[in-house]
Design a protein around this ligand. Sequence first.
Ligand code: SF4
Length: 445
Amino acid sequence: MSVKNLDDLKLLIVIPAIRKARGFFDRIVMKATLWKPITAYQIASLSKRCKIKIIDENYEKIKYSSNFDLVAISAFTATALRAYEIADEFMKRGVKVVLGGYHPSALPLEAKQHADAVVIGNAESIWNKVLENAAKDDLKPFYFSPPLKSIASPAARKGFMVGIEATRGCPYRCKFCSISNSHIGCNYVKKPIDRVIEEIKMAGKYFIFYDSSLTIDMKYTKELFRQLMHLNKKFACFGNINMLAADEELLRMVSEAGCVAWAVGMETFSEDALTEAGKKNDLRKYKKAVSLVKDYGMNVIASLVFGFDNDDASVFSNTLERLYELGVDSIGVNILTPFPGTPLFEKLNNEHRILTYDWEKYDLYHVVYMPKRMSPWELLDGTKWIAEKFFSYRNIFDKFFKKSGIISKFSLLYHMIGSRLVYSEAFETALKNIKMNFQYELQLD
Ligand code: SF4
């Protein structure tokens, strides 16, 4: 590549598909259920001077060509292998490739085998340098991003429900968390509220806060919600259960600001498992938090993790009972997954309990390590069972008819039907894979 002016640099930004979105029909399902990633649009806004094309493979097929000067690919662990395939295809055609995102940041040496350059950490602080070097055909192998000071606003996006990022990172460092244990999310950074409000004004009526938690800096969050009150928007967000139980003023404000649902990381109902995870949830506050959120007309979506060393096969029925007791509106179910870069990965790797390094299976629906108090089969089957029970048509329609408020009713229906669809496909695939894997079968029999 000859030396170019940045204005002439042809940049392709790619979001690799998660496995199930590579066929035509899968892409239609993904369109209905997947939240669009924001990263590609942030990279685009940092690359304003270049000629940019974005391909999100979850929705659109990639056409390989040598018509680009640089291809930027962002990946997390489950999409890393696909990212490498795409990178290899472009490199074969003589196009320079840069990889970034959670997985390349955790394992830069691995990523470098498929790219000319790897960005470690947040792109914002280093991206201009990458582009300048690419234009001069002088890419460095690694770009280590200094601590993030300012979160990029995304380029203009279309879509029914876009993601908004007000803050990035989380200081709590739960041992399984790939966000707070990464170079990307280890620092907590806030975007100025006026910029967040501008982005929200440009979004449609419905949006989702992608922030891993909006309850870290309550002063910031309350001011954000205060300014949101007049915009007539509807949104969902993530928060910490202890904070929701403790701050009724926040709940009043967020409800008036248009919040429809809170997603909370309950993770488990076991004190020992919480300690094991390094998570500081107060189990005594779960009931109060759920009732308060519901009293203010919002839905509670509990995120759950199965497979802690303290979990045995009784965890599934016990958890389901607790969910019904609490009156949680919907759930997210996840199999404990040791993402590279986390203390959990280190621990399980040191204990020789990792069953596979096939990153495509690190999707929260496969069992990729040897659990302590149940077999991999029991863990997968139990997680599938709880999803089937909770998202049975009977439970979905029961909850729908009991719910008051038209927006809460339909957003709950959307979440539950979407989850039913996604989980049934995901766990079926995981079951097929587990049966096909000889090593697994040996352990299961
Ligand atoms: S609170 Fe949530 S985002 Fe923060 S470290 Fe724990 S799991 Fe990660």
